[in-house]
Every structure is written in C-alpha cells, then in structure tokens.
Design a protein around this ligand. Structure first.
Ligand code: SAM
Ligand code: DTB
Ligand code: SF4
Length: 330
C-alpha cells in the first residue's frame, strides 16, 4: 500500500499548539504491533513516563443529551434509526437535566463532562440549546466536551465562543475499511469537521473503534491517520466495540483482548503527548486487562455507570481498581 498517498494534512495550523514532526506510515505502525508483547509494553510505558505522570488518569463522564433516531447508518451504533435496537428515542434534554447530571459527575470526581447527541449534524437552533448547556457546565468548574456530529466552520466557531473545550468526532476506522461500516457520509466529511474544529481553536478529541471485524492493518492504518493529523488530537478515545443486539455488527468475532492492549500501546507510542482514553468496552475487560491498558499508556477513562446508551463499570468498581493499582484521578 502507498501509505503516503493516504496521509491527510491539515492546511493551516497557525492556531495549533504544536506541529507534527513525524509522519507515520501504516507499515511503521504495523511493525510496532508486531513487537513481542513485552517489548511493545516496555516501549509504550517508557514513552508514557517521558510525557505524563504514569499514575494519573483523567476522568470524563458522558451524558447522552439527545438519544436515538439518528439518520446515519453507522454499523456499530444502537442509536441509528436504521437498526432495530432496544434504544428508546429521547428528545433533547433540558439544561437543568444536564446540569444535574454534571453536578453528580463533578461530585463523583470527574474533571470533564462530555455531552453526546445522536445527530448527523446539528441545526443552528440545536446549537442554541447545547450552548446553554455548555455555559452551565463550565460554570460548575468542569471541562466541557461535546459530540454532536458533523460541524460547519461557523458552528465550530460558535461552540468555541461558548467556551467548549473539546469537540469529539471520531475517524472510527481506517479509510479503507470505513465503507464496510458507514455508508451515509464519507471519510472526508469527518476530516472536514476535524479541520473546522482545529481551526476554531478548540481541542480535538478523535479516536476510533476496534473489534469491528477489522484486521491489524486496519487498526494500524486508523492509528496512523490519527497520528498524522497535524497536530495529533489532544485526546484519543480508543473504543472496543460494544456489541448491541439489532446492530449489523452484533455477533462480530470479539477482538483478542491482548490485541486491544497492543492498540493502546501503539497509540501511546505514536501520539506521545495525547491523552489516550480507554473508552467504550471496559465492561467486557477484566480488571487485569484494564491494568495492562494503563501500563500500555492509557491515561483517561469514561467514568460513571453509563456511556451514551450502554453500560460502563460503576464508580465503586473504578475506585477499587484505582486503589488496587495506585492510580489517581487527574
Ligand atoms: N452522532 C455523533 C457522531 O457520530 O459523531 C456523536 C455521537 S456518536 C455515538 C460518538 C461515537 O461513539 C462514535 O463515533 C463511535 O466512535 C462511538 N460509538 C458509538 N457506538 C459505539 C459502540 N457500540 N461501541 C463503541 N463505540 C461506539
Ligand atoms: C467516544 O469515542 N466514545 C464515546 C464518546 N466518544 C462519545 C461513546 C461510546 C458509545 C458507546 C455506545 C453507547 O453507549 O451508545
Ligand atoms: Fe448517528 Fe453518531 Fe450513532 Fe452514527 S454514531 S448512527 S452519527 S449517533
């Protein structure tokens, strides 16, 4: 594969914190994946220690502020109108409902509150409502993140003006595998939104999903795409597919958990300054596997018993895990 032809570079990074010095080829990332598990984890942990407190983990709590009924056809997602899942549609929440969840998240120790909406892209009046939520959440002293679908540059500007700290928009998978998973918008649409977010000056949160039946080259290619964004995203969620009945990907052969740990380790090595988030899928990982993910350089989690529509380990279990591992919240 000609990896350089697949590399996307943003055009103007003047407002960016730091420019990317390295362009990662898919082959170079595959070579990392091919290291022995011990060698890979040693390398990832060494990189991790050069850039971060090795025992600090950032905690983000998610809330679905508008659930279900999404016109997109993402094959993994329980909120698509095209998939017969048990998710009940829920219209946009009131700001007060969102703020009461945000207060609870803060009281539990989260530092960032992430609001997700099942939209293809928000309408301008949707943004009015979300902006009210962002202002309220910020006033509680939490960092804010939103994931609302595709954005136009003017919408990204509005969110930045409202004080939104991070915008989450995932590449989800590699360019080559993308068409197997999503048919209602293309890879370039995602890159355009990421460019709009970057240009607005907001922090970029961008990652993907593994365990969707992809091969290792696809995983390496996704990570190379992320690392080659210029600059790399500040926050990189690595999701392990949560298999939901009724979605096309339900019944996919589960990924070997060691391969998941390898994915985290490779992300850490090639995006040394980014927060790598151990994201969806923690309920299916043992405490021991999660410990390996932290050793591999994950330094953020979704915290709280729910993701958007599916489960997540409860706060008590995570507190016990942090105690047992000597980790602390950041
Ligand atoms: N609708 C917006 C969008 O797609 O950008 C925002 C919400 S969407 C649910 C946010 C992200 O959640 C997706 O890009 C995907 O990476 C992740 N996600 C959704 N369903 C998932 C699942 N079943 N397992 C793992 N990650 C999932
Ligand atoms: C991300 O990368 N993962 C989160 C967040 N960003 C928005 C979402 C995970 C969703 C898992 C399926 C669900 O709960 O509906
Ligand atoms: Fe809609 Fe987002 Fe789910 Fe895709 S991932 S179906 S865009 S809510």
């Amino acid at each position: 594969m000609d990896t350089h032809s697949t590399v996307h570079r943003t055009q103007d990074t003047q407002s960016s914190p730091s420019k990317n010095a390295t362009i990662w080829s898919v082959e170079a990332v595959e070579a990392l994946f091919a290291l022995s598990f011990n060698d890979l984890l040693w390398r990832a942990q060494s990189v991790h220690r050069e850039h971060f407190d090795p025992n600090g983990v950032q905690l983000s709590t998610l809330l679905s502020v508008k659930t279900g009924g999404c016109p997109e056809d993402c094959g993994y997602c329980p909120q698509s109108i095209r998939h017969p899942t048990a998710v009940a549609n829920q219209a946009i929440l009131s700001t007060e409902e969102v703020l009461s969840a945000a207060r609870a998240a803060k009281a539990s120790g989260a530092s960032r509150f992430c609001m997700g909406a099942a939209w293809r892209s928000p309408k301008d009046r949707d943004l009015d409502a979300v902006i009210d939520m962002i202002e309220g959440v910020r006033a509680l002293g939490l960092e804010t993140c939103a994931t609302l679908g595709m954005l136009k540059p003017s919408q990204a500007e509005r969110l930045k003006q409202a004080g939104l700290d991070y915008y989450n928009h995932n590449l989800d998978t590699s360019r080559e595998f993308y068409g197997d998973i999503i048919h209602t918008r293309d890879y370039q649409d995602r890159l355009d939104t990421l460019q709009a977010v970057r240009q607005s000056g907001m922090h970029v949160c961008c990652g993907g999903i593994v365990g969707m039946g992809e091969n290792r080259t696809v995983r390496a290619s996704l990570l190379a795409e992320l690392a080659n964004l210029d600059p790399a995203p500040e926050s990189v969620p690595i999701n392990l597919l949560v298999q939901v009945e009724g979605t096309p990907l339900h019944g996919t052969e589960p990924l070997d958990p060691f391969e998941f740990v390898r994915t985290i380790a490779c992300a850490r090595i090639i995006m040394p300054s980014s927060r790598v988030r151990l994201s969806a899928g923690r309920e299916t990982l043992s405490d021991e596997m999660q410990a390996l993910c932290f050793l591999a350089g994950a330094n953020s989690i979704f915290y709280g018993e729910k993701l958007l529509t599916t489960g997540n380990p409860d706060v008590e279990r995570d507190r016990r895990l942090f105690d047992r591992l000597g980790l602390h919240a950041e």
